[in-house]
Write a protein that binds this ligand. Structure first.
Ligand code: ADP
Ligand code: ADP
Length: 239
């Protein structure tokens, strides 16, 4: 059963002088419930733009994205806001996406507040501590600020924030590329564990094909805005 179906999706940018950049140029694919679909391709081939358009962080130029059968681009702002709970994103640079002036409690708490998931300050605190524990951070560090954590720990905060709302789909956009090589495997393992534990579906964007093959059920290859291949991981050749 498919969680999400992408049909003839296009996202063009106007880049000045009347020129159009076809960042995503007519891609179609679906992701099954509980699946990890890897997406690889060289820098600039449209992976990040595809991910952002699928979450409707960008409006599409053309095409359709159905999430559990609903075309997300046809939803009213209110319904879209509700759906944002189901579709979360983990970004490449956890530092850039975490507000440096907010404590971890407030960063994660904000996600809980937006979707009215807690009813009291105590419940909010307790839920934040549970989430920190889930991603392998010390719950006692909830009152700290992002700069007081290492890069890998900051990515764990980003993961906790994404998980706070109990999403179904997570788009991981180069989630380990900005991290020290020595801790990349830990973060990948954490994402895999969480997937099993919570029944998540992933679109996993990265440029390291061997890592992506290792964690994905299927892998999509992007080239110049097109999806040029989509295959079972074990049927995809390296290089
Ligand atoms: P990838 O994630 O595969 O590295 P991107 O989706 O970031 O690729 O970028 C695809 C192409 O679209 C690149 O040429 C990039 O410069 C361009 N692009 C991405 N975002 C924008 C934007 N907001 N405005 C104009 N061009 C963009
Ligand atoms: P990433 O590949 O992680 O998205 P980039 O440095 O390519 O990082 O892009 C950072 C931000 O700038 C993104 O929001 C991207 O969509 C946007 N962007 C990328 N290329 C362009 C461009 N040519 N013009 C405007 N915005 C762009």
């Amino acid at each position: 059963e498919n969680l999400i179906e992408v049909k003839n999706l296009k996202k063009y940018f106007n880049v000045g002088g009347g020129n159009t950049l076809k960042a995503v140029n007519d891609i179609s694919f679906s992701i099954r419930k509980g699946e990890t679909l890897g997406m690889v391709g060289e820098s600039g081939c449209g992976k990040s733009t595809a991910g952002r358009t699928i979450l409707r962080l960008y409006e599409p130029t053309e095409g359709e994205v159905k999430f559990e059968g609903q075309d997300i681009y046809k939803l009213s702002p209110g319904k879209m806001k509700a759906l944002r709970r189901d579709m979360q994103m983990i970004f490449q640079d956890p530092y850039a996406s975490l507000n440096p002036r907010m404590t971890v409690t407030d960063i994660i708490g904000e996600a809980l507040d937006v979707h009215h998931l807690v009813n009291s300050k105590q419940e909010r605190k307790k839920r934040v501590e549970e989430l920190l524990d889930l991603v392998g951070l010390n719950p006692d560090h909830a009152t700290r600020y992002p700069h007081e954590f290492s890069g890998g720990q900051r990515q764990r905060i980003g993961i906790a924030r994404a998980l706070a709302v109990n999403p179904k789909l997570i788009i991981c956009d180069e989630p380990i590329s900005a991290l020290d090589v020595s801790i990349q495997a830990q973060v990948v393992n954490l994402l895999q564990d969480l997937q099993r534990k919570m029944g998540l579906t992933y679109l996993f964007i990265a440029h390291d094909l061997s890592m992506v093959k290792h964690i994905s059920d299927r892998v999509a290859v992007m080239y110049l805005g097109k999806m040029v291949e989509l295959a079972e991981s074990n049927e995809l050749y390296d290089n």
